[in-house]
Structure formats: C-alpha cells, structure tokens
Ligand binder design. Sequence first.
Ligand SMILES: Cc1cc2nc3c(=O)[nH]c(=O)nc-3n(C[C@H](O)[C@H](O)[C@H](O)COP(=O)(O)OP(=O)(O)OC[C@H]3O[C@@H](n4cnc5c(N)ncnc54)[C@H](O)[C@@H]3O)c2cc1C
Length: 309
Amino acid sequence: MAVLVIADHDGSTVRDTTNKTVTAALGLSSDVDVLVVGQGAQAAADSAARIAGVRKVLLAESAGLGHGLAEAVEATVAPLAADYDAILTPASTDGKNFAPRIAAKLDVAPISDIVEVVSADTFVRPIYAGNALETVQSSDAKKVITVRPTAFNAAAEGGSAPVESVAGADAPRTAFVSEEMVKSDRPELGAAKIIVSGGRALGSAEEFHAVMEPLADKLGAAIGASRAAVDAGYAPNDYQVGQTGKVVAPQLYVAVGISGAIQHLAGMKDSKTIVAINKDPDAPIFQVADYGLVADYKTAVPELLAALG
Ligand SMILES: Cc1cc2nc3c(=O)[nH]c(=O)nc-3n(C[C@H](O)[C@H](O)[C@H](O)COP(=O)(O)OP(=O)(O)OC[C@H]3O[C@@H](n4cnc5c(N)ncnc54)[C@H](O)[C@@H]3O)c2cc1C
C-alpha cells in the first residue's frame, strides 16, 4: 500500500501541518510520498524531503498551481492517483478546497477531518461540532482524506528523500485574477504556540485592538476571535476560531470575554492550557478552562499585563 501526502507549504518550506499529515499517513503505510504543488517551490520540496519517514518527494509546478487553484491541483493529482491507495492532505483552507474535487474525479467518497487512523480503511472524525466522534470504514479502493493536524504529532526532521519532478497541470477553465493577503508580523493562528482570543464583550473594533494587541505583544501570541466578535466587525474574518473558523491547539489559549459556545469550543478545546477571563461565573468556557478568572476584562487584562512586567 502506498500513500501520497499533498503538502501544505508557503513556497519555501512545508508547514508543520504537513509533518503532522505525514504522521497520519505513516499510520496507513510505511510507503509515504509527499507531493509539493506550486511554482518556484523547489525549496519547499527540499524541506519536505527532510521529513523523516518520507520515501520520495514529487514536485509539480505550473502557473495555476502557483496560485493554489483547486482545478489545477486536481488535474495534477488525478493522473498520479493510479500509483497510490490513499491521498492525504491537511484539513487547511486549501486542502478542504481541492480534496473533494480530487475525490469526485476518482469517484470515491472524501473522508474529512480525521483525528485518528484506526487501520488502513477505518478512521475517526469529529461530528456535531466536535461533540461526538464517528468511526468510519471506507470500502472505496482509493481513499481521499483530509487530516486535522492538531490531532497528530509532527513527524520529525532527519530524512533525506529524493525529489523527483512530475508534470504540473494548469486549470483548464479557471483563471487567477487577484488575491488580497492580510500581512501580519504576528505568528500565524494555525501554527501559534500562544493565542489570545477576544469575544463580543470587547464591544468595538477599537476596544478589541486596544485590549488584545498589547496582550498578544507581551505574550508573543497570535490573536483569535469568536464569531460574534468577527460578525460585529471587531476583528477580521481570518481571526475566527471555531467550527466555522480555524481549529487550533496551542500550548496556551487565553479567552477574553468569550462565553464558550459549543461552536467556539469546537475550535480550541484541544489547547494544552486554557485560561478564561469572563465576568459570568456560569459561562460555559469555565467548563473547559484550566484557569478561570471571574472578572471584568477591563481590570483583569491591565492587571495581567502589569504582572507580566
Ligand atoms: C452554525 C454555527 C457555526 C458557528 N461557528 C462559530 C465559530 O466558528 N466560532 C465561534 O466563536 N462561534 C461560532 N458560532 C457562534 C456561537 O454560537 C456563539 O454565538 C459565539 O461563539 C459567541 O461569541 P462570544 O462568546 O464572543 O459572545 P457571547 O456569547 O455574547 O459571550 C460574551 C461573553 O462575554 C462575557 N462578558 C461580557 N462583558 C464582559 C466583561 N466586561 N469582562 C469579562 N467578560 C465579559 C459575558 O459574560 C459572555 O459570557 C457559530 C454558530 C452557529 C449556529
């Protein structure tokens, strides 16, 4: 049995989520190849080659792949699929975009967001916003799977796999027009070791930034937000943590003025240490918090900043 992992990368290096997906893939088979798609992505392919346990790295390049077009990824992967029994990719924004398209092309059911590999055909995945775990067994000849990276440890560095070029397809009927990227010096939310997250309690965009940014700066943290804070315009969309936002599992998650609705918990309850500041002692966030502070954030956050020095 051979497994292909489609890498998540930034053009120069593979993201940690790729190492975690390799760990999941090694649970299916010891024959794991990594496919790097992009344009000018040789350095990313070289970094994939250093992941321990990887047999070989395939590098596919084209203009469409450089812009991450799902149609180009599917057209590149489909011809390679003949050599593989399973295709895995992180459940990132890109992976969630192209994996169903690849599955449709191969006429198999995609298996999304797995958190455990039970055997080569059986997987565990969360359902109902993480309130239940479902064990699914697939009888499809080829599996197309997205992997929840926070559920797996990252495969270590130390490999030296060969890198081989393969044909990179273009998107036949789709053209890249433009993209707007949010530039930030802060750590990326999905990869941050510390996240400070603000909720509806902050009351305005000005207050959100005035309270959350000094705290994030002090802790070297990424900033997250509840959906209520995002919907109210206090924070940008890409800050949202939860069922319909990002799923994170940092070492430390500090929730400020967030009630802890199940849809929010679905995105952060696997964090190693959770600190909650909320003035309502009955707020559900305290059920998952390791440290809970029943307090008004307006006094608690300045006190915390002062204590941090
Ligand atoms: C299909 C679906 C998907 C969803 N997806 C997501 C998702 O991905 N992410 C997400 O976050 N939500 C999601 N939601 C919304 C979710 O149900 C909640 O509405 C939302 O998480 C609430 O955000 P909040 O905790 O900031 O606001 P609230 O629930 O209004 O909580 C605000 C909290 O702040 C506290 N507070 C108020 N003033 C202060 C103060 N001065 N100091 C300290 N504490 C204070 C209050 O006690 C309260 O607990 C989804 C909902 C649906 C239906």
